[in-house]
Design a protein around this ligand. Structure first.
Ligand code: CP3
Length: 343
């Protein structure tokens, strides 16, 4: 097998596969004891800047689970930190920004990212590509709306009220903010692809907070620009958000090759909403992994069967692995998906 023949890359492209490929969002870190050990006395952001730790933590779930792809260990706020935004990742909380961005002066701080800002990314991916052989490495970045929410709110938010007030109240400045964040996102993804990542995922985790109309007017043009700019690299582009049932058609329009679906919409219905010519990724409820195995198995069979309605299916959870998930369940689930979908 070669890298380009790997089941993951083939499924992303809608080509026939020997089995449905599987990986898990947030597979690196979180529930693994070996991750907690590696991180014992290193802060999250320091870990994200150390090629030795990035390589080790990215490889940990690959060794444990036999998943079909690795995901680069980092965080969506790493490129913002790299251009000098004062922020931290607080354990159990998430990203916290020292001075939330609320005006033109704040927006102007968001300069373009240069390869020199990300030398540790290039070094870590070089090592990873060597270790992974024919297993694909997924690069990733946060999408502009999700990044904007952290920057404007100053931290995690349930209602995104400051972000929405900015979006509704200052549309021109909002567009400037989106343009600058899009350039940073593209720069981060491009560095990962040029270093050897063979697919990329754009995490727009919080975009489900928007109505379709607001998404179309204030976010879609920027996401479309990112996917257009990525087209020339010829790597599959995955687009993921949570609570996006009402946005799936628009996510399809934005231009990704693969649309990630959370657990709320069955994949056959998601395929109808997204439209033809796209692969789907998902969509087992991460909380279902705490139920008895028979429930997990039955839901997994159902997802595999409905996934057949799409032009390509990559099995995943509907959102990230929850921190208290039992690692053995993920190992068992990976083997089960491979066995049930084998042709
Ligand atoms: O998927 C992977 O395993 C790769 C690594 C990865 C991390 N963050 C590592 C991380 C990825 C892909 C992300 C993306 C990310 N970060 C998203 C999009 C995905 C999603 O879940 O919706 C978002 C919204 C963030 C922002 C963020 N960073 C949150 C919400 C948190 C969790 C806070 C917590 O402790 O519950 C972080 C911190 C973070 N990112 C951790 C890891 C392993 C935990 C850090 C720690 O161990 O202290």
């Amino acid at each position: 097998m070669t890298l380009q023949d790997s089941p993951f890359l083939r499924a992303c492209r809608g080509l026939p596969v020997p089995h449905t490929p599987v990986w898990f969002m947030r597979q690196a870190g979180r529930s693994l004891p070996e991750y907690r050990q590696a991180r014992a006395d290193v802060s999250m952001l320091d870990a994200c800047a150390r090629p030795d730790l990035i390589t080790e933590i990215t490889m940990q779930p690959v060794r444990r689970y036999d998943v079909d792809a690795a995901i680069y260990f980092s965080d969506i706020v790493v490129p913002l930190r790299a251009i000098g935004i004062d922020l931290d990742i607080k354990p159990g909380v998430g990203p916290v920004v020292a001075e939330p961005i609320r005006d033109a002066g704040g927006v102007k701080q968001l300069r373009e990212i240069e390869p020199d800002d990300l030398t540790y990314v290039t070094e870590a991916i070089g090592r990873l590509v060597g270790e992974l052989g024919d297993k694909p490495l997924i690069g990733f970045a946060g999408a502009p709306f999700t990044l904007a929410s952290y920057l404007i709110e100053g931290g995690p938010s349930k209602n995104h009220e400051h972000a929405k007030a900015f979006m509704y109240g200052e549309p021109e400045l909002w567009n400037e903010l989106m343009r600058r964040l899009s350039a940073i996102t593209l720069g981060f993804l491009r560095t990962q692809i040029e270093a050897g990542a063979s697919a990329v995922q754009l995490f727009d985790s919080w975009v489900g907070a928007l109505s379709a109309e607001d998404y179309r007017a204030s976010v879609l043009p920027h996401t479309t620009w990112i996917f257009d700019q990525l087209a020339r690299f010829d790597v599959p582009r995955i687009h993921f958000g949570v609570g996006t049932g009402e946005l799936l058609g628009l996510l399809g329009e934005a231009g990704a090759d693969v649309v990630g679906v959370d657990w709320r919409v069955p994949l056959d219905e998601a395929a109808r909403r997204v439209g033809p010519g796209k692969a789907l990724q998902g969509n087992l409820d991460p909380a279902a992994l705490f139920a008895p195995w028979e429930v997990v198995a039955e839901r997994t069979r159902d997802i595999l069967s409905r996934g057949g309605a799409a032009d390509g299916h990559v099995f995943n959870l509907g959102h990230g692995v929850l921190p208290s998930t039992e690692p053995d369940v993920l190992a068992r689930l990976t083997a089960f998906v491979h066995e049930q979908s084998a042709v």
